[in-house]
Design a protein around this ligand. Sequence first.
Ligand SMILES: NC(=O)c1ccc[n+]([C@@H]2O[C@H](COP(=O)([O-])OP(=O)(O)OC[C@H]3O[C@@H](n4cnc5c(N)ncnc54)[C@H](O)[C@@H]3O)[C@@H](O)[C@H]2O)c1
Ligand SMILES: O=C(O)[C@H](O)[C@H](O)COP(=O)(O)O
Length: 376
Amino acid sequence: MKLLADENMPYVQELFGDWADITTCPGRDVSPEQLIDVDVLLVRSITQVNKALLAKANRLRFVGTATIGCDHIDTEFLTERGIAFASAPGCNKVAVGDYVLAALLKVAVHKNWQLKHKTLAVVGVGNTGSQVVQRARALGMKVLQCDPFKALSCPQSSPTDFVDLKQALTADIVSFHVPITRGGAHPTWHLLGKAEIAELKSEQVLINACRGEVWDNAALLARQLSNTPLTLVIDVWEDEPNVLVPLVPHVLLATPHIAGYSLEGKARGTFALYQALAELEQLTPAHSLAQLLPAPAFTRVELAACLDQPLLARLVGLVYDINLDDAAFRAALGQPGFFDRLRKQYPERRELASLQLVLDTITADPAQAQALGFKV
Ligand SMILES: NC(=O)c1ccc[n+]([C@@H]2O[C@H](COP(=O)([O-])OP(=O)(O)OC[C@H]3O[C@@H](n4cnc5c(N)ncnc54)[C@H](O)[C@@H]3O)[C@@H](O)[C@H]2O)c1
Ligand SMILES: O=C(O)[C@H](O)[C@H](O)COP(=O)(O)O
């Protein structure tokens, strides 16, 4: 079979090499002509898979996206054409949890905050949002959950578990984890719009690690240029790979849509498609995910101290230093193609779970360390 894959997808050769002739190319450059005679198309979030792209795809029978978000795929059209489809729900949720934890610890230093005295609202409590809820609770924070769909399906939970967006937006820190939707009962396009931004207090912190269009970036810039700017952490931007350049100096942490870019997260994405294709074609998968991943740089730390905020920040920084991503973003900002280049050349990043903490159980709580994302 002939397979075309985004060149930024790791382990395609290792996993699909026995089954297919593989061609790779930049995700933004996939053209209708390249899809002639292709049986399998594997993409990430930057390839728009729609009627126009598939106009000449005479043999295509499987499309897979190695991502959580599926907003770049016209799934109705795939169904109409009888083309099987798979995505990778949850593949990089742990990486997003790591990213937000790293960001929270930087915010705490910047604002001189003890996080355990602060409230975090999570907007969208699915795979990635739940990771953030878990970590924030492990930090001792008060957590508000905002998810009208989840609230409906959890009638047994205490009424204080879920709040509406208006209440969520009163928290010290608000982290967004919704898909981008333009219709339905609770659309998320510009969920944080001009009116919501106007209500926020200047002490508040906002984090966006879901999709850029969930926030009105122009309205945010206007707010940042006022006398009462907010503290912002932005991983995803409206109209990527373009970035509203004047906004960047007014953002505490700015990164190029890499919250989910752990090696494990990307590998899980490719692996999910490997399993889906195996099922569709009734092939026997011969590889395991664990075999593919190299050993991490740091595997084990013994601790005799209490896992307080400064120590936690050092441990997280050992595995994932978010400042490096922010510095690389600012250094490259404005260069042609900088956004895609940073993503393509992204250094190997491991998840916190790759580091085992050996704790003195008198001074530290293993359950807390595990909930923060470490192996214990
Ligand atoms: N920055 C990154 O690298 C990165 C990585 C992974 C995912 N993402 C993005 O994050 C999104 C969320 O990922 P996920 O795995 O948590 O998805 P998910 O589908 O597991 O969870 C999304 C949650 O949002 C809720 N939701 C939908 N509309 C809402 C609204 N108006 N208000 C509040 N909640 C709402 C849903 O009920 C659901 O529980 C993805 O769709 C993707 O676009 C970004
Ligand atoms: O939806 C997702 O899974 C993420 O946004 C994903 O990490 C985006 O990375 P990309 O597919 O653009 O490489």
